[in-house]
Design a protein around this ligand. Sequence first.
Ligand code: FAD
Length: 388
Amino acid sequence: MEIELNSRESAILEEVRRFLKSEVTPELLAESHHLEYIYGGEEGRKFVRKFAANGWLTPCWPEEYGGLNSSEMLMYAIRNEMAYARVPIHFAGAHMAGPSILRYGNDDLKKNYLLRLASGEIEFALGYSEPAAGSDLMGLEMRAADKGDHLIVNGQKTFNTHAHVADYHWLAVRTNLEGPKHKGISILIVDLKSPGITIRPMITMAGTRTNEVFYDDVVVPRANLVGEINSGFKYIMAALDFERMFPFGHYKKFYEDLVAYLKTVTRNGMPLTKDPLVRQKLAQLEIELEIIHHLYFQLAHMLDNGKIPNYQASMEKNFLTDFEQRLANTALEILGARGQLREGANGAILDGLPEWLYRWTVIETIYGGTAEIQRNIMAQRGLGLPRA
Ligand SMILES: Cc1cc2nc3c(=O)[nH]c(=O)nc-3n(C[C@H](O)[C@H](O)[C@H](O)COP(=O)(O)OP(=O)(O)OC[C@H]3O[C@@H](n4cnc5c(N)ncnc54)[C@H](O)[C@@H]3O)c2cc1C
């Protein structure tokens, strides 16, 4: 699958590349890395506003909502360039909540949020998971009591990654206790500064931050209900497909940096990249990168042709996250003990990225739906196999 762009879009992509080359500062790179490529930090916000002013954050949105009316292919290509440049790439608002508002929101919601999302002014945090509802989101219990012109929300979320730097919560709540579980869920947009919200850090094994979020009698105006009440599960499922379409540029960049580094290391009088075993391992990774390229751009191609990638998004997420672990493992195998030195340590290779990646890539197989859940989706919806 090649990147299929018309001449206007190709020119835009070139401009994006030039912009990224000239505007990405060491400060932005450091912040982006420490915030795990999410958006919300001071440097990230500055950068994104300038970037988004060109319509590049949401190019496939209609122009009236801050887009460029372009193809999904351009959107995917830009996201991948951003990943390659190692700037923030996870935009819960622009890439997950925004498309759902476009599709299911009323005119007021569209007016209130879409332009601000497209310009990088505001960001959302995804509020789905709870202590007893992760893979099985239908079991979520955070309660929103319907009071007519407002709702009162009580309960706890867990693993809500952007919550400490975002402006709004894209919140899944239970609005009906009767009937089937999936018909009692709604989506609310909540201002994270609302009284009654407490956000507590949860630090992952990669040293990055996600959060627990507690709601204590939080008042949410009814105007902030997305789509129909009790239809939220349908919206979550659609947004999850979008969440699973991961760009791969940052791993391509890591691979290229690794190869460039190995060329500088000599063993038995020749560069490590001439060692047959090392060459074989690197060739295998390069083949897999090529596969990911095809899986990723296939998703854009499907969207541009009016299809919703569902098990295909799971295939891409699953292959990419498995690949990342092979990439990190292989890097550490080749680099030996020094590869385990952390960022900042004397003698750390590639500023400790191999060691960090080894820890980080475990996490990628969990969020957005675990690898086991992706395999279930592929088996059932892709291969038509029965439920286990
Ligand atoms: C770093 C990080 C960031 C996250 N960010 C967010 C966020 O911003 N917003 C948000 O809402 N959530 C977020 N999550 C939550 C994430 O989506 C859940 O952790 C994930 O869906 C798994 O849910 P769980 O942790 O409850 O595990 P469980 O669902 O309890 O699963 C435990 C294990 O059982 C397996 N399993 C469960 N059901 C099945 C099944 N049917 N078949 C086979 N195996 C199964 C799972 O694969 C897993 O290995 C984040 C998680 C992490 C780790």
